[in-house]
Design a protein around this ligand. Structure first.
Ligand code: F6P
Length: 320
């Protein structure tokens, strides 16, 4: 029987993580399960940074960005010996199961603990929306709104100066945040990791576009594809038009979660506790076609990349 569980957040924080913790804590309390919070992700699990939580400890956090439990990227967790310490710490505190909220790295950690016979469930929390087996991750919708607002601001100055503006957007290897924010922000060019990038072709197209008159152009590009500052210099030289590049950076991860993320987090948190009560371990939670679902955590690793919707790319190209 599940009597005591722990919850942690790990990897890059995302808006809505607090709402998920709140939902887990309140659902646990309402089902007579004791709940502990692990500070600073898997790092805190190994360092025994574990605190008691109750309904009151999660008051007034539903609207807060970040994660009040703290988070960390902790590479040492890949080592079996480190995980053994984590398991020992949990056993000493009589913890029966762990709910881990985070991205791919968090899933890998939860999967490994599970394989060592410690029951885990993972909830997708990342702005990248790059987790297989869910249409949306907690935090993605908030980040999308944030990025669109930032693109709008860059449009103002880009338009005043008739500049070409390159906007580097987070997402790691997933283009969702770039693609959808660029459509909503009206970018003329969208460069995402799922589609091969050809610098020469891009510059040729821009040249053609600005041939008749100098006009502002917005380019949305996912991080890690190229050095955007160098790209800006090259475009400026070859197209003969002022060009600037802005790396949006960590501002994309902050802020109050939008309603969608709060609701998604609340649903997923509730669902995860209910799964534990049914003794369904080693699962990851997702949302598919507006329905909360679960799969084996292994399933999330079946495909390295999420499939992207080709119709959306077609739409994006047709808007210009
Ligand atoms: O996974 C979320 C994310 O914000 C990615 O979009 C980005 O590549 C990465 O984290 C940045 O990581 P860090 O906060 O460790 O610099």
């Amino acid at each position: 029987m599940i009597k005591k569980i722990a919850v942690l957040t790990s990897g890059g924080d995302s808006p809505g993580m607090n709402a998920a913790i709140r939902s887990i804590v309140r659902t646990s309390c309402n089902n007579n399960i004791k709940v502990l919070g692990v500070l600073d992700g898997y790092l805190g699990l190994c360092k025994n940074r574990i605190i008691k939580l109750n309904k009151k400890s999660v008051s007034n956090i539903i609207n807060k960005g970040g994660t009040f439990l703290g988070t960390a990227r902790y590479k040492k967790f890949y080592k079996k010996k480190t995980r053994e310490i984590a398991i020992l710490n949990m056993k000493n505190k009589k913890i029966d199961a762990l709910i881990a909220i985070g991205g791919n790295g968090t899933y890998i950690g939860a999967n490994k603990l599970n394989k060592m016979n410690f029951p885990c469930i993972s909830i997708p929390g990342t702005i990248d929306n790059d987790i297989f087996g869910t249409d949306y991750t907690i935090g993605y919708s908030t980040a999308l709104e944030t990025v669109v607002q930032l693109i709008d601001k860059l449009r103002d100055t880009s338009c005043s100066h008739k500049r070409i503006t390159i906007i580097e957007i987070m997402g790691r290897n997933c283009g969702d945040l770039t693609l959808f924010s660029s459509i909503a922000g009206g970018c003329q060019y969208i460069i995402i990791p799922e589609i091969p990038y050809n610098e020469k072709k891009l510059i040729k197209k821009i040249k053609k576009n600005v041939k008749k008159e100098k006009k502002n152009i917005l380019i949305g590009i996912t991080e890690h594809i190229c050095n955007v500052k160098k790209l800006a210099k090259k475009i400026e030289k070859e197209v003969n038009q002022e060009t600037r590049a802005t790396v949006l950076g960590h501002i994309q991860r902050g802020g109050a979660p939008v309603a969608f993320d709060r609701i998604l987090a609340s649903k997923m948190g509730y669902f995860s506790v209910k799964l534990l009560l049914k003794k369904k371990f080693g699962k990851c939670i997702g949302i598919k076609n507006n329905k909360i679902i679960y799969n084996d955590i292994n399933y999330a690793f079946n495909f390295i990349k999420k499939k992207y919707d080709k119709k959306i790319i077609f739409l994006a190209k047709n808007l210009f």
